[in-house]
Design a protein around this ligand. Structure first.
Ligand SMILES: Cc1cc2nc3c(=O)[nH]c(=O)nc-3n(C[C@H](O)[C@H](O)[C@H](O)COP(=O)(O)OP(=O)(O)OC[C@H]3O[C@@H](n4cnc5c(N)ncnc54)[C@H](O)[C@@H]3O)c2cc1C
Length: 504
């Protein structure tokens, strides 16, 4: 066993970890980053994202702080609107059924814009998400659903920008380096035992930041904590987030916190591989269901596809699909809306059928009761209130009435062939349960005391998300709390700051 000493060790190399590492370095600490993955798979779930980020902004001036390269032409043809702190805070409450930790949500919301500007200062570039988050109506794009900005180059661009800056700042990043346990003494955490290229190594540090993701890629923990059939879900992102950081902290006495049986899960191609594929990224997702219908093996609709904008429903509908017979659904669209389908519907690796008529389509929907399906579509078509115009940019109220499961917005008849259908199952994104942290991102133990020298950020922190999630919050939360964790870890290491007071 060899031994090395650092001010701060960061476990993980995704968005939260790299924000923590850059922040710790900025505050003068020497930093070691341990990444379990080999270099060509580094960056965790963050690499798999499209880089969509949710933050509060009160108008164009705020957006220009984040995107100084916005052109006059882009400004002229876009209604960016506003997304105020009040709206963001209310969205956090609403989607989590008002269980989100208000202090954490307040920190997330209140420092989101400032953190975006900080990321920009670290070399991360942003651009508007045309197409996915704004449709062109009468020559103008209008943003909806609180998410306006994505990183240049999506998730891979984000991770590469953060790693490039880390290299520039002299941060030591080691790949094939799996943290296995924390080194602890009575007065706190002293370092990490890691397996680096298969060799066990003891690494000492004044502070440790855990940012190694949730437990979604751990089949056994999924079925243990999320419940029956979750072992059948596909993992949308990295295969490396198996809950190591959570386990290590719990073994050292940390308090479990948040929604341990909850997770973010979406409709995901039925034939996608068991873990994410970086060549496809988030392309296996199928998120245009608000413009069509979804049916199960019984040929029945089972959910209000138009309950809200995609950003506010997609993360909870994966669970609903998992609960259908044989864990699948078909999404069906007609020609009135196919031009609105997101780019992920046009990838090569897609489970898709097409038919000129509904009768023909019924024979092609693998696993579906054809007769029941045709009756379901007829009833759906007849139930649509047609006196309201269809408008994809607003919750248009064009709905069905009188059905067992009504559709609240964007209800169009399925009548204009050719019809297209896409088969989906449940893809799990990340788990909601994890560790409890203070406002300084310090891990809390089972007695309610901050654990000396131990900090955490990202997916493995519990308390922010329950039941559901608003699109673009994961990266934002990772950045906000990662930056905080890095600063706290550095200050604790360098100034030997006393631990904060006990939490209630
Ligand atoms: C397909 C997909 C699309 C998404 N799209 C978006 C989006 O557009 N916007 C958004 O906000 N969110 C999105 N998300 C969610 C987002 O990815 C996560 O919320 C966020 O990336 C989590 O960041 P993190 O740093 O906590 O975890 P990760 O980015 O997953 O990083 C965890 C890191 O820990 C490493 N690790 C694990 N175990 C160990 C160990 N024992 N030792 C050392 N290292 C370890 C991993 O290899 C990885 O580097 C998406 C997720 C997926 C899967």
């Amino acid at each position: 066993m060899s031994e090395e000493v650092f001010d701060v060790i960061v476990v993980g190399a995704g968005n939260a970890a790299m924000c923590a590492a850059l922040s710790a370095r900025e505050h003068g600490a020497s930093v070691l980053v341990l990444e379990r993955a080999p270099e060509d798979e580094h960056g965790g779930n963050s690499t798999f994202t499209a880089g969509g980020m949710r933050f509060a902004y009160s108008g164009l001036d705020d957006l220009k702080k984040v995107m100084p390269d916005l052109t006059e032409d882009e400004i002229a043809r876009t209604d960016f609107g506003t997304y105020t702190e009040e709206q963001f805070f209310e969205d956090m409450g609403r989607v989590t059924e008002y269980r989100t930790d208000p202090e954490m949500a307040d920190l997330l919301v209140g420092t989101s814009l400032d953190t975006m500007v900080w990321m920009r200062s670290k070399g991360v570039k942003f651009q508007p998400i045309y197409g996915r988050q704004a449709f062109q109506v009468e020559g103008k794009f209008k943003f909806w659903g609180g998410m306006t900005v994505e990183t240049w180059g999506g998730g891979p661009g984000l991770v590469e920008a953060l790693h490039a800056r880390a290299q520039q700042d002299g941060i030591d990043v080691r790949h094939n380096a799996r943290a296995m346990s924390l080194i602890t003494e009575d007065d706190g955490v002293k370092g990490v035992v890691a397996k680096i290229n298969g060799r066990t190594t003891r690494l000492f540090a004044s502070s440790v930041v855990l940012a190694s993701g949730g437990f979604q890629a751990n089949t056994e923990w999924r079925s243990r904590y999320l419940g029956p059939n979750w072992e059948l879900a596909k993992v949308r992102g990295t295969r490396f987030n198996t809950g190591d950081g959570i386990r290590m902290a719990l073994e050292a006495g940390a308090m479990p916190w948040g929604h341990w049986s909850g997770c973010h899960a979406v409709g995901w191609d039925r034939n996608a591989p068991p873990f994410g594929d970086l060549a496809v990224g988030d392309g296996f997702q199928k998120h245009s269901y608000p413009f069509g219908i979804m049916v199960n093996a019984h040929g029945e609709r089972f959910i209000d596809e138009g309950a809200d904008f995609r950003n506010y429903t997609y993360a909870k509908y994966g669970r609903v699909i998992l609960n259908q017979p044989q864990q699948f659904a078909w999404q069906i669209f007609d020609q009135k809306v196919t031009h609105l389908l997101r780019d992920e519907y046009r990838i090569k690796q897609v489970t898709k059928v097409e038919a000129a008529t509904l009768e023909e389509l019924a024979t092609k929907l693998d696993g579906v009761n054809a007769e029941a399906f045709l009756a379901e579509v007829a009833a759906y078509n007849a139930a649509i209130t047609k006196d309201v115009d269809f408008n994809p940019n607003v919750k248009d109220g064009r709905r069905t009435r009188g059905l067992k499961v009504n559709k609240s917005n964007w209800a169009n008849t399925l009548a204009d062939g050719p019809f297209v259908a896409y088969q989906v199952t449940c893809g799990v994104t990340f788990t909601f349960g994890g560790l409890r942290v203070t406002a300084d991102a310090q891990v809390v133990d089972t007695e309610g005391d901050p654990m000396p020298n131990l900090f955490a950020a990202g997916e493995l922190v519990g308390g922010l998300f329950y039941f559901n999630y608003a699109g673009g919050t994961g990266l934002m939360a990772g950045a906000v709390f990662g930056r905080t964790a890095g600063r706290s870890a550095a200050l604790s290491a360098l100034e030997n700051k006393p631990a904060r007071s006990k939490v209630s």
